[in-house]
Design a protein around this ligand. Structure first.
Ligand SMILES: O=C(O)c1ccccc1N[C@@H]1O[C@H](COP(=O)(O)O)[C@@H](O)[C@H]1O
Length: 203
């Protein structure tokens, strides 16, 4: 099971996540209380080994901004959390995780319109920002077999208590967390380590 820890802003948290076995480290460039600048992400990325992928999170960015970040940080993958179209993703030409926010009436048939190498991330709708709300979407509104689960990350309100259930229910490619590994709005190293162990089943 792949694990992405998102919204990291301090080297000590990144080092703990890498040490515990995180596969992806996410930097939020979108408007958020977790937002980092390109310069900050570049400095933070110096403690990430090449075996761990760096992911930049954007909401409806310009192509130029994304490509600048890919080059400057550098980023391995771009996570698009807005209404970015299949043609935007195709033209971008870099590895993409496309977020799909799930609420009543979300049309999942759009998934098939994106390039076949795109990964998807299922998330709850945002509240203050476009993501990272800590809210869980209605898992049972989704029939896992209708989605390419080998290319899907589950996100949205995951934490130490529910991540094992999410892994069993969806059997996804990976899981993704931000709020659930925080205490009082700050990343919590102990929660990061326990989350990764729970997700990977090596408690
Ligand atoms: O984390 C944010 O602040 C954020 C802001 C804007 C778009 C996406 C964002 N985060 C992504 O949302 C998922 C779910 O977050 P949570 O675990 O429910 O807090 C997170 O993993 C990020 O990929």
């Amino acid at each position: 099971m792949k694990v992405k820890i998102c919204g990291l802003r301090h080297k000590k948290d990144i080092e703990a996540a890498v040490e515990a076995g995180a596969d992806y480290i996410g930097f939020v460039f979108a408007k958020s209380r977790r937002q980092v600048s390109l310069e900050e992400a570049h400095d933070l990325a110096t403690v990430i080994p090449t075996s761990v992928k760096t992911v930049g999170v954007f909401v409806n960015p310009s192509m130029a901004d994304v490509l600048q970040a890919v080059k400057d940080v550098p980023l391995d993958i771009v996570q698009l959390h807005g209404q970015e179209s299949p043609s935007f993703v195709e033209t971008l030409g870099v590895p993409v995780i496309k977020a799909i926010t799930l609420s009543a009436g979300t049309d999942l048939s759009t998934v098939s319109l994106y390039p076949k190498n795109v990964h998807f991330l299922l998330d709850a709708p945002g509240s203050a920002y476009e993501g990272g709300s800590g809210h869980v979407f209605d898992w049972h509104a989704i029939e896992p077999k209708t989605l390419p689960m080998g290319r899907v990350f589950i996100a949205g309100g995951l934490n130490i208590e529910n991540v094992h259930q999410a892994v069993i229910y969806f059997d996804p490619y990976g899981v993704d967390v931000s709020s659930g590994v925080e205490t009082d709005g700050q990343k919590d190293v102990s929660k990061i380590m326990r989350f990764i162990a729970e997700a990977k089943g090596d408690k």
